[in-house]
Design a protein around this ligand. Sequence first.
Ligand SMILES: NC(=O)C1=CN([C@@H]2O[C@H](COP(=O)(O)OP(=O)(O)OC[C@H]3O[C@@H](n4cnc5c(N)ncnc54)[C@H](OP(=O)(O)O)[C@@H]3O)[C@@H](O)[C@H]2O)C=CC1
Ligand SMILES: O=C(CO)COP(=O)(O)O
Length: 375
Amino acid sequence: MSASSSTPRRAIRDREIREVPPQAAGLGVCVLGGGSFGTAIASIAADNGAAVTQWMRDATQAHEVNTEHRNSGYLPDFAINPGVRATTNMADALAEAELVCVAIPSKAFRAVVRQAREHLREGQILIATTKGIESEGFTLMSEVLEEETGFTHIGVLSGPNLAAEIAQRQLTATVVASDDAYTRARVQTAFGCDYFRVYASNDRYGVELGGALKNIYAIAAGMAAALGMGENTRAMLMTRALAEMSRFAVAKGANPMTFLGLAGVGDLIVTCSSPLSRNYRVGFALGEGRTLEQAVEVLGQVAEGVNTVRLVQEESKRLGIYMPLVSGMAQVLFEGIDPHHMARALMGSEQSSDVEFVLSRESVQQARHLEPDAS
Ligand SMILES: NC(=O)C1=CN([C@@H]2O[C@H](COP(=O)(O)OP(=O)(O)OC[C@H]3O[C@@H](n4cnc5c(N)ncnc54)[C@H](OP(=O)(O)O)[C@@H]3O)[C@@H](O)[C@H]2O)C=CC1
Ligand SMILES: O=C(CO)COP(=O)(O)O
């Protein structure tokens, strides 16, 4: 077919695509948090036609979002959808929201939810996007939402989702996890679009824990890169990290299969490979010889993984779970052990089985013995 004969057909197709109403039109979405991820997801929902409010504590920043449609402090090179309305007034932000996403670092998460509490209504959907753990009681962020509100529709959004790439509308996928089907469906409607796919899971605990745990190994991967280690090393680190994080998560009640998905291995791959990850950057600075304090200061933002190393180290000891990478990272971060020395020491640790969640050889043999035609 010639180019001239195909052109009108393509024009008709483009027009038809544009005439489809935005799928989230009429849905009220509120994002609590004015940082990079909060801004990125607010803009996706607005791209989808939702009525989006974004709460932030800084009035100057809110003014900039509303007038220049930019957030120069966190995503300086990104044009925010002009439909996002920023405010410092919590009541105003939440008034029309059906869906509320909380994108606040774990240290301040509960305090902000408490501040929001009096303006929230049962029936609203609450989504945690923060990949961190609260020290008290090893509590995940969606558990904080549950504890503070007692609401029914609670979920988690997690996956390989570097905010700066979403901001550029790079093709991206994520997971909404909730045991509530309504929550999963509404989040898919709010955020699913031609550059952002939202897959569903009912393993909220596994998805949320995956997002928090991978930060530990992103620090390790950044460190390995700074030390000049190669691709074999990175592959070994990521694969053993997956074994270690799923071992821990399963002991805590997660589904091991979750770790084969976007919120497990997917997020591990992106954060262990990209300098856009803040956890990776902290690790890189440590590998260059900086102290933890210097590395965090240079970053100037929150790297949740530092606190997560400490909490997971304590919890794994309490539960008797073998986590050599976590122990090694804890020694580098908090005891000042040289990263290169630690990497060498880890090479001397136990050489256990490759994949832990497959049947043992004995059980395979037993199963074969039970088959009718087994010889
Ligand atoms: N960035 C990313 O690529 C991704 C991040 N995430 C997760 O999302 C969470 C939030 O991320 P992100 O937006 O990137 O974080 P940022 O560090 O970019 O921003 C944090 C936001 O929280 C606000 N904040 C911090 N403390 C308080 C407080 N006490 N009261 C009110 N507001 C507060 C900050 O306000 P202020 O500027 O005024 O200090 C800022 O708006 C992270 O913990 C991360 O795990 C998930 C996927 C990707
Ligand atoms: O979780 C992330 C991407 O999925 C971002 O990780 P950082 O918090 O390390 O930037």
